[in-house]
Design a protein. Structure first.
Length: 112
């Protein structure tokens, strides 16, 4: 008979990928909503429902950033400088992905 080590059965991830993606999408939705509400009047030349595009694309980009954060969990749990590297890299990737989402979402309207 073989004995299994209990550590092999435990997952490194503290939260599920879906939860991290929802957190990333929620942060992105709050940021783009605050930006759109503070922007003022829309240009009459823009389509009627122009605001829907950034409200969909930016949270999707935030969800991808959350997925990257989730995938960095094994590195983050190794401790030491690897934890710092994983956190810094996760934040940088999230900000870049969020910026690209904002550019794609606002393309043709506010980002002209």
């Amino acid at each position: 008979m073989t004995h299994r080590n209990e550590l092999q059965q435990q997952s490194v991830h503290a939260a599920s990928a879906g939860r991290r993606m929802l957190q990333g999408a929620g942060i992105a939705l709050i940021i783009i909503t605050a930006f759109l509400l503070s922007a003022g009047e829309a240009n009459p030349a823009w389509p009627t429902l122009w605001i829907i595009k950034p409200l969909i694309i930016v949270p999707l980009a935030g969800a991808l950033g959350g997925l990257f954060y989730y995938n960095m969990d094994p590195l983050r749990h190794q401790g030491g400088w690897r934890t710092v590297l994983a956190i810094v890299l996760s934040v940088m990737v999230y900000l870049v992905v969020l910026w690209l989402g904002v550019v794609l979402g606002l393309n043709g309207t506010m980002w002209d």
